[in-house]
Design a protein. Structure first.
Length: 370
């Protein structure tokens, strides 16, 4: 039996290769997963086009210790084909794998905030991940997939778990009004995670097709934003203010608009990542007593089981997935399509669809000019 597998390996920005690499070893607490499907997200694309930002291509990651070319992929599912001594009960099970690896022992982990673990690192970003035939993960990251839930739905568990964690962080009360500013990938999953809320859920975006999707996901109403929207114009459109505002776009000025939309005593949940400094009138936020909440990733043991349960009752793939491509076509069929803005939803990679050649010396893929 060969000890090599096909994998999508990031060597440098714009240089993602489908090549043969060593199959990873399994530790006592680990499982080896035969990957079926892996979803791509904006972080993967950013690493491909503008990185390295999180992937330790040139300097060892402080927690994982990994450095160098990296197998991407952090939204993967598959079947456990090998297990360490302490994880034998996972053998043969289909599992959804959480992305963040936590120690389970530090003060943050024991408080239940494993996404803030002091030695946290991320599969597929800080160390090899799931865009490959096989992936190794701690068994504590793996949640069994319920019988009857198709792989095509289960692969959405990790990003949906992020949406569920975001909603948990908001501590929404019954009947509160909610606004989602930005209905891209994460905004859509937050909208789906709000299923069952008994108050108004308003989706705001510049794109009419995204607003149509939000209505299908459960938004009670939509509002098309103009490209030059201001906090004042938003407050004029919603003079009563909104109890809980999720800002998911992360673009310049978005946080200011979110605070303008929030009612006095309301809550703004900052989700979108923006590393560009921008002005914010803190005095107004303080005087209006607006709560500020931030969120990152998910808590595997809580959020992924809930995501799988939600997917079993409310299939989302038909609404949120653009297409599924073979691992062998990942560069042109997935990363280039996402980087150029052609994708209309998530792209899923089928890790079982491999290059036709068995020549381990032949890399398959493309080098972009990004």
């Amino acid at each position: 039996m060969t000890n090599k597998m096909w994998a999508a390996v990031l060597h440098e920005p714009g240089d993602l290769r489908i090549e043969r690499v060593d199959i990873p070893d399994v530790g006592a607490n680990d499982v080896k997963i035969a990957v079926s499907l892996n979803g791509l997200c904006g972080t993967d694309v950013t690493e491909y086009t503008k990185g390295p930002m999180m992937v330790p291509l040139h300097k060892p990651h402080p927690n994982s210790g990994h450095v160098g070319p990296t197998v991407l992929g952090h939204e993967f599912i598959g079947t456990v084909v090998e297990a360490g001594a302490n994880a034998q009960h996972f053998l043969g099970k289909r599992v959804a794998c959480g992305a963040g690896v936590a120690c389970g022992e530090c003060d943050r982990c024991t408080a239940g905030r494993t996404n803030l673990c002091r030695t946290y690192y991320t599969l597929g970003l800080s160390v090899h991940g799931g865009l490959a035939e096989f992936a190794v993960a701690p068994s504590s990251n793996c949640i069994p997939i319920p019988d009857g839930l198709p792989d095509e739905e289960a692969v959405l568990a990790q990003p949906l778990a992020v949406g569920i964690h975001t909603v948990r962080r908001a501590q929404i009360q019954p009947g509160q009004s909610i606004a989602l500013i930005g209905l891209g990938a994460i905004g859509s999953f937050i909208c789906a995670a709000l299923k069952g809320h008994d108050g108004e859920v308003i989706a705001l975006d510049v794109d009419e097709s995204r607003l149509a999707l939000a209505r299908e996901l459960g938004a009670t109403s939509t509002h098309k934003l103009s490209m030059d929207e201001t906090p004042q114009s938003l407050r004029s459109a919603f003079p009563q203010g909104i109890d809980v505002v999720f800002e998911t776009a992360g673009v310049n000025g978005a946080a200011e608009r979110a605070y303008g939309l929030a009612t006095d005593g309301g809550t703004v949940v900052l989700v979108g990542l923006n590393k560009t400094p921008q002005p914010l009138a803190l005095a107004d936020i303080v005087l209006r007593e607006i709560n500020t909440v931030t969120t990152v990733a998910h808590v595997c043991s809580e959020d992924i089981p809930d995501a799988l349960e939600l997917l079993a009752s409310r299939p989302l793939a038909g609404l949120l997935v653009d297409r599924t491509v073979a691992l062998s076509d990942i560069v042109h069929g997935a990363f280039e399509r996402l980087a150029s803005g052609q994708a209309t939803g998530k792209i899923i990679v089928d890790a079982r669809k491999l290059p036709n050649t068995a020549d381990s010396a032949l890399p398959v893929g493309a080098t972009s000019t990004h």
